[in-house]
Design a protein around this ligand. Structure first.
Ligand code: TPP
Ligand code: MG
Length: 343
């Protein structure tokens, strides 16, 4: 790891804090399916393994820039400042949730924190990002959009149509392709699945004459360097860029309600269940971004072991409190079921 952008001590610590908060939030979600079976309904998609990529990318964000993740969306709003209590309550479908319990994990939204919302439709965040960026461009607000989507989404029509339009109109977007090696249960490699043409995926940028780079998404400083450059370009009217950030999904594709939990969902995450192999998972775990960044901060004498421990403990307490808040919040009344239904 090298801090070639000379991020200050405070910023490096901020990155570590956000990474641990994400990991702890996601661990609580995962555990819910064991500790409170049936309490959380619907499907959740976790970001463990993606922390360095997400926080590294958002470290270049100005306070009013938008972030548009896919349905794998718990981590990004946490970094933006959304309340973990309200997020957790939303995942539990409770009235104190971010969307009063009507959205669930895949439909979080917090416009006050520049997080407009998400969609369960693969690739939709890409098109939505163009809408937000066009608004910023027309209204001259100076905002840019951080648009996150998966390797699978980069094969959707929405990807190609939006990148074309964004390039033509020079929209202020940074496209961050989160290549976590899997599209649900399908591995990215050609041999395995015959599902993917074109490596590296960042080469797709060339089709639209925009910059495209691939970075190691397990290193927040490398992700920061690439995204900060793209963000500066977007702010200066230079249009969009495509950053492919490569890391490994350390959880199963999703955790859904099954009582008792399916053996492939737990524990220590048979991340890829019956579809992948344990050796692959263990190798990825060796490169787990959180212990690596932690070790970096120690080696650079940015934080002591005690200070790091304090951050870890604080993230745990914060997310335990979020679970308690969610469990204490009431369920919406049955007669409210058709509220907010317009068609
Ligand atoms: C349009 C559409 N097609 C298929 C699905 C089913 N589906 C849900 S997640 C997923 C895989 C997406 O993979 P990727 O874009 O790599 O995102 P990841 O889940 O790895 O973050 C698929 C096919 C869907 N939700 N929407
Ligand atoms: Mg993927």
């Amino acid at each position: 790891m090298s801090n070639k952008n000379q991020l200050g001590k405070d910023r490096l610590i901020w990155i570590y804090i956000q990474m641990t908060r994400i990991r702890e939030f996601e661990e609580r979600v995962k555990r819910t399916f064991l500790e409170h079976p049936g309490a959380m309904r619907g499907h959740t998609h976790l970001a463990d393994g993606a922390e360095a990529s997400i926080v590294g990318a958002l470290a270049s964000r100005n306070s009013e820039d938008w972030a548009m993740p896919s349905y794998r969306c718990h981590a990004h709003p946490l970094v933006l400042g959304t309340s973990p209590k309200k997020m957790m309550a939303e995942l539990y479908g409770r009235t104190d949730g971010l969307c009063k319990g009507f959205g669930g994990s895949m439909h979080l939204s917090d416009p006050e924190h520049f997080f407009p919302g998400t969609s369960g439709i693969v690739g939709q965040s890409i098109a939505h990002a163009a809408g937000a960026a066009l608004t910023a461009q027309v209204k001259k607000t100076g905002q840019i959009v951080y648009c996150f989507f998966g390797d699978g989404a980069s094969k959707q029509g929405a990807f190609f149509e939006t990148l074309n339009l964004a390039a033509v109109w020079k929209l202020p977007i940074v496209f961050i392709l989160e290549n976590n090696e899997y599209q649900a249960y399908t591995h990215v490699s050609l041999e395995d699945a015959n599902a993917q043409a074109g490596e590296p995926l960042s080469r797709k940028a060339a089709a639209f004459s925009i910059p495209g780079v691939t970075v190691d998404g397990t290193d927040p400083l490398l992700v920061y360097a690439a995204v900060a450059e793209a963000a500066e370009r977007a702010r200066g009217g230079g249009g969009p860029s495509l950053i492919e950030s490569k890391f490994y999904r350390l959880s199963a594709h999703g955790n859904a309600i099954t009582v008792p939990p399916a053996p492939t969902q737990f524990p220590e995450h048979e991340a890829i269940g019956v579809y992948g192999n344990k050796a692959e998972f263990r190798a990825a775990k060796e490169r787990d971004p959180i212990p690596r960044f932690r070790a970096y901060l120690l080696s650079q004498r940015i934080l002591t072991e005690r200070e790091l421990q304090r951050i870890d403990d604080s993230a745990r307490t914060e997310m335990d409190d979020a679970v308690q808040f969610a469990l204490a919040s009431p369920q919406p009344a049955p007669e409210e079921a058709t509220n907010y239904v317009y068609a």
